[in-house]
Design a protein around this ligand. Structure first.
Ligand code: HEM
Length: 482
């Protein structure tokens, strides 16, 4: 058993009334880097107060595993916040709802609904490959124009989620697809700025442009999704789900009334909220790192040439034969985790962590950035080295300090979906294109900006299609950032 450290006080940042420790969190550094710096001074577990909220910051993998896995149930709560309550109709979703028997069955239903389209079936593969094909032809057809990869990738990933959730497939410039992207972007932008009202809910009495914008976007979102839900109810055949909405309706029928229409709608909404920005940002990081590491891109091309060729699209069954591609995706998610401090957890009951008593209601932030950059577990953690995910025989391995999707009861519900998307999009792109920095442009900035997710600053890229016959670039498209 772990020896008790109850006598040793937990290192904590000083606090003042009302603000708590906020004055000590003023910094030009983004939160994950500031917490990493503070962990250097205070250790892998320290406390602070965000306004009135007692908060623990965990930066070591052992403690993180305690929070997420070994004591996963104790720490499976979520804080109630103004913005997330608004987004989720008071926690009728998965990500922001507290742990409860209803939440558990809701989460199980979502999980099994995703599984219907997941690795066991060809459905998701077909959906992603169609989106990848459309993405590649968009890149082929816009030769010579100034384009930014960011909206193109975002559109491709949004299209996948639209197909998955309500079985609509859009032309890249369809106004309904644009509407989905616009409200999603509005939500992401306002959530990224909405911090203060979440800490001090009484600030809602003052006019707040961001909250107004958030309400407006949520309203547009709900109108569109309600329309889709009503259409689905009219055309739904029990036992034959066409998409996530059908699978949820199926689950609703057997749920004894616990899963309401609100739950179904909020789940659909969350597939966009949690599934688009994260996946498209990881794709953007991947291209950014390939621009910095042309030798890695060369090796990826060689691996694809050898094991897939160019006569057919890549398939999920190619995964075991493309360990280097898999290791590149892992290294991207290690070095730039899009969710560097996960979603805040909350202690559901009095418990303990690292030998320290933790009272019910305490918030816990797991600093995955610090864990993914911990020199005790990673050689030269700041270097981009995909080989660290391969063993001596070139087989793919998963080190225990690698948790980009979290773990335990709150692990990302979309993990396997996201991994499928990343694999099929990246392999399809690299099968057809070579990426390089446009002449005269600088390499992408790799620090990134932390809003709702950690994303790269916009960058420009030259995309050179690869011909079937020679495998060499035969013309160049210059894609410039806006
Ligand atoms: C939660 C990462 C894609 C749905 C999370 C969490 C992380 C994460 C770190 C928080 C875990 C925690 O708080 O302990 C990622 C990454 C993705 C990705 C890196 C892509 C590269 C997706 C997709 C979906 C999705 C595609 C669904 C379509 C969710 C949901 C939760 C979640 C619903 C909340 C789970 C809960 O609170 O029980 N994700 N995610 N994610 N993710 Fe993802």
């Amino acid at each position: 058993p772990r020896s008790s450290t109850a006598d040793v006080p937990l290192p904590s940042l000083p606090r003042v009334p009302v603000l708590g420790s906020l004055l000590h969190l003023r910094s030009s550094l983004p939160l994950h880097l500031l917490f990493t710096q503070l962990a250097g001074e205070c250790g892998p577990l320290f406390g602070l107060h965000v306004g009135p909220h007692r908060t623990l910051v965990v930066s070591g993998v052992g403690l993180a595993r305690d929070v997420l896995l070994h004591k996963g149930r104790d720490f499976a709560g979520r804080p109630k916040m103004v913005t997330t309550e608004l987004l989720s109709r008071g926690g009728k979703d998965i990500a922001f709802a507290d742990y409860s028997p209803l939440w558990k069955s809701h989460r199980r239903l979502v999980h099994s609904s995703f599984a219907l389209f997941g690795e066991g079936s060809n459905k998701l593969q077909t959906i992603v490959l169609e989106a990848a094909e459309s993405l590649c032809s968009e890149l082929q057809s816009c030769r010579g124009q100034c384009v930014d990869l960011s909206p193109i990738l975002m559109r491709a990933v949004t299209n996948v989620v639209c197909r998955l959730v309500f079985n609509s497939s859009y032309h890249p410039h369809d106004p309904e697809l644009q509407q989905v992207m616009d409200y999603n972007d509005g939500i992401v932008q306002t959530i990224a700025r909405g911090g203060l009202v979440d800490t001090f809910p009484w600030l809602q009495i003052f006019p707040n442009k961001d909250l107004a914008k958030l309400r407006e976007c949520v309203c547009i979102r709900d109108k569109l999704l309600s329309k889709k839900l009503e259409e689905h109810k009219l055309t739904f055949t029990p036992g034959e789900p066409r998409d996530l909405l059908d699978a949820l309706l199926n689950g609703q029928r057997v749920s004894a009334g616990d899963i309401t229409d609100d739950h179904v709608l909020m789940t659909a909404a969350e597939a966009f909220g949690a599934g688009v920005e994260t996946t498209s940002t990881t794709l953007l990081w991947t291209v950014a790192f390939l621009l910095h590491h042309p030798q890695v891109q060369k090796r990826l091309h060689a691996e694809l040439d050898e094991h897939v060729g160019r006569d057919r699209p890549p398939a999920l069954s190619d995964r075991p034969n493309l360990p280097f591609l898999e290791s590149v995706l892992c290294e991207v998610m290690r070095i730039r985790p899009v969710s560097p401090i996960l979603i805040p957890h909350v202690a559901m009951q009095d418990t303990s962590l690292g030998g320290h008593a933790v009272s019910k209601g305490t918030r816990v932030l797991v600093n995955m950035w610090a864990i993914h950059h911990d020199p005790k577990h990673w050689d030269e953690p700041d270097l981009f080295l995909p080989e660290r995910f391969l063993d001596a025989t070139g087989k793919k391995i998963t080190p225990p300090s690698f948790l980009p999707f979290g773990a335990g009861p709150r692990v990302c519900v979309g993990e396997s979906l996201a991994r499928i998307e990343l694999f099929l999009f990246v392999s399809s792109l690299l099968q057809q294109f070579h990426f390089s920095v446009p002449p005269g442009a600088s390499l992408p900035d790799l620090q990134g900006r932390y809003g709702v997710v950690l994303q790269p600053l916009r960058y420009s890229v030259t995309v050179s299609p690869i011909t079937q016959e020679t495998g060499h670039a035969w013309f160049r498209l210059t894609l410039l950032s806006v």
